[in-house]
Write a protein that binds this ligand. Structure first.
Ligand code: SF4
Length: 108
């Protein structure tokens, strides 16, 4: 529920592209790009990139992992999940992000 784009979490090799970037085959949004991630992201599996529109959803769904840069107005990952439950919370945030700004490097 609340998942706009479930394919983003499982389909990392979309054939579709826009401007050279992979596009989600479900919603046609440009998927998060690791090269565009905010520098505050802590190293690890999940990250937020520059597409973030500061909607607050990830911070509500997984506050132990997503934090706001109050000066610039965007989210970043400040803590990486380890338990299956915590990973699930981050995956839910990824799937709920309205602009596909959250990336998951698990499949790479
Ligand atoms: S859900 Fe997406 S757009 Fe909203 S604050 Fe989080 S990363 Fe940014």
């Amino acid at each position: 529920m609340g998942s706009k784009c479930w394919l983003a979490s499982v389909e990392k090799t979309a054939d579709l592209t826009r401007g050279g970037n992979p596009v989600c085959p479900s919603c046609l949004s440009i998927m998060a790009q690791v090269e565009d991630k905010w520098p505050e992201n802590i190293t690890g599996r999940f990250f937020v990139d520059e597409q973030c529109i500061d909607c607050d959803l990830c911070r509500e769904l997984a506050p132990d992992f997503f934090r706001r840069n109050d000066e610039q107005g965007y989210s970043y990952v400040y803590n990486q999940p380890e338990s299956p439950e915590d990973i699930g919370d981050c995956q839910e945030a990824l799937e709920s992000c309205p602009v596909e700004a959250i990336g998951d490097l698990k499949e790479e």
